[in-house]
Design a protein around this ligand. Structure first.
Ligand SMILES: O=C[C@H](O)COP(=O)(O)O
Length: 247
């Protein structure tokens, strides 16, 4: 199965209107990338980035489960879509930790993303203590079971495996460790959603992806690109990662 890779950049709480220059520089260097590129800026910047972004896609970093209502400070999937987003990151470990998001909350948000026509990028991953205890795969399977609604397809959802201890630390699992988790995720989802869905589903790796390690990580059999934090903030770092995903 040939799956088109994705280079997704999660800007987290970084960037200003001047950051449009990052997108423009990437597009100038890689106008027709051989992968999907998704840039996820802070929500207020979405309209600015979405204008003329194609073939690059723009995504949110979170959404509320409800389409509208009295939820001060939250943003609905419908509003993200209206502002030009086509994707939304859900269940990032920083949301799970900082905002107490449970698997059930992530599941409701995933339904909301689909309702608004957005592709959900659903994040899972173990903490360091969970890995040390030999529980990484159990934790990830539980997150997948709880976070993914019935009706998932390879078109409406992308999975991102992000070991919490690798995020922003410069540390990554070994290549065999990454391969093991990605294969386990695909096998687990095959059991619930069937072969055609699981085989076509893109599973991204995230956690200290850099220009120097992207190519070898993306070459692993079940790795279909990356969800990149720090290295997505500069065109000179994210450009080579786009190139690695395009190879
Ligand atoms: O969503 C992206 C990840 O949390 C990875 O962040 P990082 O590339 O800065 O380690």
């Amino acid at each position: 199965m040939m799956r088109r890779k994705i280079a997704a950049g999660n800007w987290k709480m970084n960037g200003t209107r001047a950051s449009r220059a990052v997108l423009d520089a990437l597009k100038a260097a890689h106008p027709d990338p051989g992968c999907e590129v998704v840039i996820c800026p802070p929500a207020p910047l979405i309209p600015l980035l979405a204008d003329g972004a194609a073939p690059y896609a723009i995504g949110g970093q979170d959404c509320h489960a409800q389409p509208s209502g009295a939820h001060t400070g939250d943003v609905s999937a419908e509003t993200l879509a209206d502002c030009g987003a086509s994707h939304v990151i859900l269940g990032h470990s920083e949301r799970r930790a900082d905002h107490g998001e449970s698997d059930a909350v992530v599941r409701a948000k995933t339904e909301a993303a689909w309702r608004a026509g957005l592709v959900a990028i659903v994040c899972v991953g173990e903490t360091e203590s969970e890995r040390d205890a030999g529980r990484a795969l159990d934790v990830i399977r539980t997150q997948l079971d709880g976070s993914l609604p019935d009706g998932m397809t390879a078109a409406n959802t992308v999975i991102a495996y992000e070991p919490v201890w690798a995020i922003g630390t410069g540390r990554t699992p070994t290549l065999p460790e990454i391969a093991e988790v990605h294969a386990a995720i695909r096998a687990h989802l095959t059991a619930r959603f069937g072969d055609p869905v699981a085989n076509a589903l893109r599973i991204l790796y995230g956690g200290s992806v850099k220009p120097g390690n992207a190519a070898q990580i993306f070459a692993l059999a079940d790795v279909d690109g990356g969800l990149v934090g720090g290295a997505s903030l500069k065109a000179e770092d994210f450009g080579p990662i786009i190139a690695a995903a395009s190879a």
